[in-house]
Write a protein that binds this ligand. Structure first.
Ligand SMILES: Nc1nc2c(ncn2[C@@H]2O[C@H](COP(=O)(O)OP(=O)(O)OP(=O)(O)O)[C@@H](O)[C@H]2O)c(=O)[nH]1
Ligand SMILES: [Mg+2]
Length: 347
């Protein structure tokens, strides 16, 4: 899963990136560079730990989240802005970091304004693409384009002209598929991360707007959590307790991100490898197999599935099979969170 970290200049994007990845990218960077910082985290998963203890594989591979910290130089020229949008386009989902602390440079925190401004920027970038595309298709009288595609683009354009994000437009799976190649920015799942400090900023008006827009929010004291995460492990619990932190930001973030992105994990097991994979909830078995290898999707025959809780309840693979809990599923099967799957395929 590739998550883009976006937001206004100096909102704390790189601070949050460092906190989530454990890396040490330069913060308060005024060099004007537009190359993103890249980092990833392994998603902690108890199920993986348990399966590893059973299979004792050569290696265990957790699911990963890849972070792309996309810089926001103040007053970018057009080429710079295009390059930045391109970085955003390549991400599956976005984390919008909003400054909830007062800073010398940016002045008082204005969380609602930041959210509105960034939303508007994403909308306008989509609007430009939609207008160009729709007018071109109309000009060539739809000779080279599927008429259904034009209909979806027109529907999107009408929505976006009313200053709405495409995320809030109702689109069927078939419609989404027709426009997936455009990678519209305002269509990408969005999580807002309000980066606060202990000056008790007020962001209630933002919270109200976010809930209207169905954008989930997570509040993190980025700077402080970063400092705590860099303490010796032995010292950490005391500071966390003092600051009233019960769960580290990284874990809280992962859970929220999975929920937001509607992701589920399935597992593959064996003596060589025990591994977690991530797919969008509702994905059918061949598509899930395709995450492992395109051959599995192409040559899909069946998926042999044991639910993780059955595996645990009946004491492993053999026990689950004996209890009739090993299922053989076909290509219409929707993969469930915690499925342990063995794919049968033929190419
Ligand atoms: N007080 C306070 N300062 C913070 C917090 N988070 C970040 N900062 C400071 O804000 C400044 C900007 O942080 P960065 O993480 O570099 O911000 P950025 O969004 O990556 O900035 P650009 O990439 O230039 O757009 C740095 O000086 C940080 O130390 C916070 O939670 N509280
Ligand atoms: Mg930065």
């Amino acid at each position: 899963m590739r998550l883009g970290i976006i937001g206004k200049p100096q909102s704390g994007k790189t601070t949050i990136f460092n906190l989530l990845t454990g890396l040490d990218a330069v913060t308060a960077d005024f060099s004007g560079k537009i190359e993103p910082n890249l980092g990833n985290i392994k998603v902690p998963d108890d199920r993986l730990d348990y399966l590893t203890s059973i299979y004792e594989p050569k290696k265990t591979v957790p699911a990963e989240i890849n972070f792309v910290d996309i810089p926001a130089p103040p007053n970018p020229d057009r080429n710079t802005q295009t390059a930045i949008y391109q970085h955003i386009r390549n991400c599956q989902a976005l984390v919008l970091v909003i400054r909830g602390f007062n800073s010398n440079l940016g002045g008082a925190a204005k969380p609602l304004d930041e959210y509105n401004e960034v939303s508007a920027e994403l909308i306008i970038s989509d609007q430009i693409i939609l207008e160009n595309r729709v007018s071109r298709i109309r000009k060539e009288k739809g000779k080279t384009t599927n008429p259904l595609e034009l209909a979806v683009l027109e529907k999107c354009l009408a929505w976006i002209e009313k200053e709405n994000s495409l995320r809030t437009l109702e689109l069927s799976d078939a419609e989404l598929k027709l426009i997936s190649g455009y990678q519209f920015l305002s269509l990408k799942p969005l999580l807002s991360l309000i980066n606060v400090d202990d000056s008790q900023p007020d962001y209630q008006d933002l919270t109200a707007v976010l809930s209207e827009d169905s954008v989930p929010q997570i509040v993190i004291n980025g700077q402080m959590e970063l400092e705590i995460s860099r303490l010796d492990e032995d010292d950490r619990p005391m500071f966390m307790e003092e600051m009233g932190i019960t769960e580290v930001a990284r874990d809280r973030f992962i859970q929220t991100a999975y929920r937001l992105l509607n992701q589920v994990s399935f597992l593959t097991v064996g003596k060589d490898e025990v591994r977690a994979w991530t797919v969008k909830s509702g994905s059918k078995a061949p598509l899930a197999g395709g995450v492992i290898h395109s051959d599995i999707q192409r040559g899909f025959i069946r998926a042999e599935v044991i639910a993780y809780r059955d595996f645990v309840e009946y004491g492993g693979e053999a026990g689950a099979k004996k209890a009739g809990k090993a299922r053989s599923e076909g290509k219409e099967y929707e993969v469930q969170d915690g499925d342990i799957i063995n794919f049968r395929f033929n190419v």
